[in-house]
Design a protein around this ligand. Structure first.
Ligand code: GDP
Ligand code: K
Ligand code: MG
Length: 267
C-alpha cells in the first residue's frame, strides 16, 4: 500500500481533490486530541491510500489544530506528499512548500485553481518552477476535474520506481548553515537519526518550531537542546524566513510568463 498525504494552505482545494481522487468509501474520523476531521480514502483500482491533512500556512503551528500536520510528519513517512497550492497565491503558498521540500520526502506540487490564474493573464513556466524547486509541478482545476487523470497516474505509480527528489537545500547565511550542519551531523552520528530527517529536524528546531522543540525535549536530543539559547539569541528564525522568502521571490520571478492566448496553456 502506498500512502499519499495531501498537504497545503487552507482553501487551496485539498478536500475537493481528495473527493475526486478517492472513492465513496473514505473513512472519516477525527485526528487524535483535536476536533479536526480526518479523511482517509483509496484511489479506485489502486494500492494508493490518500490522507487529507488539515490546511496550514506553516509547519510551525499557531493553533493545536495546525499542529496535527507537524505531528503527522514527525511520526509518519508518507510515500509521497501532494502539496496542493492556490496557483494565484504562490508566494505565500510556497513558504509551506519549502518547509516540506526540505524534508526530502517525495513531493509533487500541484498549482490548483489554475482557472483563476489563467484569468489574470499571468502564467508560470512549469519546467522552470520544477527545476528550481526540485520536484514535479502539475496544474489542476479540481472543481472541473482538469488535470486529474494525469495527477492520478502520478499518484498510483509505484513510488519506489521513481527517483525521489533530494531535500531542497537553501543558501542560508553561513552561521545558520553551520548550526544546521553541526546539529544534524551529531543527531545522525550520536543519536542514529536518519540523515535527511536530522537535517530537517535541525532546521525546524533552529527556526523555533514549537512542536519540534517539544519533540526534541521528549527524545532528549541534546545536540539541539544544548544550543537553544544560542539559536534564539542570534535570531536565526528571522534569517531563515528572509532566506526562504527571497528564494521564493527569485524563483517566481524567473518562472513568470505572460499569457499570449489561452492555447499556450498546457494543462
Ligand atoms: P481545502 O480547504 O484545501 O480543503 O479546500 P476545499 O476543497 O474545501 O476548496 C475550497 C473552495 O475552493 C471550494 O469552494 C472549492 O469548490 C473551490 N475550489 C477547489 N478547487 C478549485 C479549482 O481548481 N478552481 C476553482 N475555481 N475553485 C476551486
Ligand atoms: K475549507
Ligand atoms: Mg479541506
Amino acid at each position: 500500500m502506498t500512502t499519499v498525504a495531501l498537504l497545503g494552505n487552507p482553501n487551496t482545494g485539498k478536500t475537493t481533490l481528495f473527493n475526486e481522487l478517492t472513492d465513496k468509501y473514505a473513512y472519516v474520523g477525527n485526528w487524535t486530541g483535536v476536533t479536526v476531521e480526518k479523511k482517509v480514502g483509496q484511489i479506485r483500482h489502486s494500492h494508493t491510500k490518500v490522507i487529507d491533512l488539515p490546511g496550514v500556512y506553516s509547519l510551525n503551528p499557531i493553533t493545536k489544530d495546525e499542529s496535527v500536520v507537524t505531528n503527522y510528519l514527525l511520526g509518519h513517512s508518507p510515500d509521497l506528499i501532494l502539496n496542493v497550492t492556490n496557483a494565484s497565491q504562490l508566494k505565500r503558498n510556497l513558504l509551506l512548500s519549502v518547509e516540506v521540500l526540505e524534508l526530502g520526502v517525495p513531493v509533487i506540487i500541484t498549482l490548483n485553481m489554475i482557472d483563476d490564474l489563467k484569468r489574470t493573464g499571468h502564467y508560470y513556466n512549469l519546467k522552470t518552477l520544477s527545476t528550481e524547486l526540485g520536484c514535479p509541478v502539475r496544474t489542476t482545476n479540481a472543481r472541473n476535474k482538469e488535470g486529474l487523470t494525469e495527477l492520478k497516474a502520478d499518484l498510483v505509480r509505484d513510488q519506489s520506481e521513481i527517483k525521489p527528489n533530494l531535500p531542497l537545500k537553501l543558501n542560508y547565511p553561513l552561521m545558520v548553515n553551520q548550526a544546521i550542519r553541526q546539529a544534524a551531523t551529531s543527531l545522525t552520528k550520536d543519536y542514529k537519526v536518519e540523515p535527511k530527517f536530522a537535517h530537517w529536524l535541525a532546521i525546524q528546531y533552529i527556526n523555533n518550531n514549537k512542536v519540534v522543540r517539544k519533540y526534541a525535549t521528549m527524545h532528549q536530543l541534546k545536540p539541539l537542546l544544548s544550543q537553544k539559547a544560542y539559536y534564539d539569541a542570534q535570531k536565526f528564525d528571522d534569517q531563515i524566513f528572509e532566506t526562504r522568502l527571497s528564494f521564493i521571490e527569485k524563483t517566481l520571478a524567473s518562472a513568470t510568463e505572460q499569457l499570449q492566448s489561452t492555447q499556450h496553456v498546457a494543462i
